[in-house]
Design a binder for this molecule. Structure first.
Ligand SMILES: [Zn+2]
Length: 182
């Protein structure tokens, strides 16, 4: 299920900062479901909201359900076209190769990301596929917009997850003592 759109912003022309703020809101929603907090927002060629997406890989048992893909699927279905020329995508984490590939196939004019991803980011971190001359004729990619907020959301999520795992482990050890198990 695509994430529902916030109705108050559907007809407004959004600035880059407003679009990324919406993407951050999506990231926070993902975290509340136990998903790695990544959110995405797609704007049409006029800068109006087309769709939003949040990372849903765990909930959907689907490794392709990154925020960018969720937003892209919602937008292409809404428009009735597998290409979205002129559209812009805002995402809180540097795209991976799957997502960058999909965004290029959709012929977006612009991709703007927030925090760098040193593990799977291919827009400057692990690779710079967005600059490859034979891969990219259509999509301009820029990074670093509201990077601190996006990176903080990720750090908070992983810290909370580590703390939870530690507590669970301590609980299991306590239970072992009660049961007399080693
Ligand atoms: Zn991805």
């Amino acid at each position: 299920m695509p994430t529902s759109l916030p109705p108050q912003t559907q007809s407004e022309v959004l600035s880059d900062a407003q679009a990324m703020a919406l993407a951050l809101e999506q990231a926070r929603q993902a975290a509340s479901l136990g998903e790695v907090p990544v959110g995405a927002v797609l704007l049409d060629a006029d800068g109006r909201l087309l769709s939003v997406g949040a990372n849903r890989t765990v909930c959907d048992h689907d490794p392709t359900q990154h925020a960018e893909i969720v937003a892209l699927r919602a937008a292409t279905r809404k428009v009735g076209n597998y290409r979205l020329p002129g559209a812009s995508l805002f995402v809180t984490l540097e795209p991976c190769m799957m997502c960058l590939g999909a965004l290029m196939h959709a012929r977006l004019s612009r991709v703007v990301w927030a925090a760098a991803d040193p593990k799977t980011g291919v827009c400057g971190s692990v690779e710079s596929l967005h600059l490859h001359p034979t891969l990219n004729h259509h999509t301009r990619v820029t990074g670093g917009l509201m990077a601190d907020e996006a990176a903080q959301a990720l750090r908070d999520f992983f810290r909370q997850r580590r703390e939870l795992k530690k507590l669970q482990k301590q609980g299991q050890q306590g239970q072992s003592l009660v049961d007399g198990a080693p």
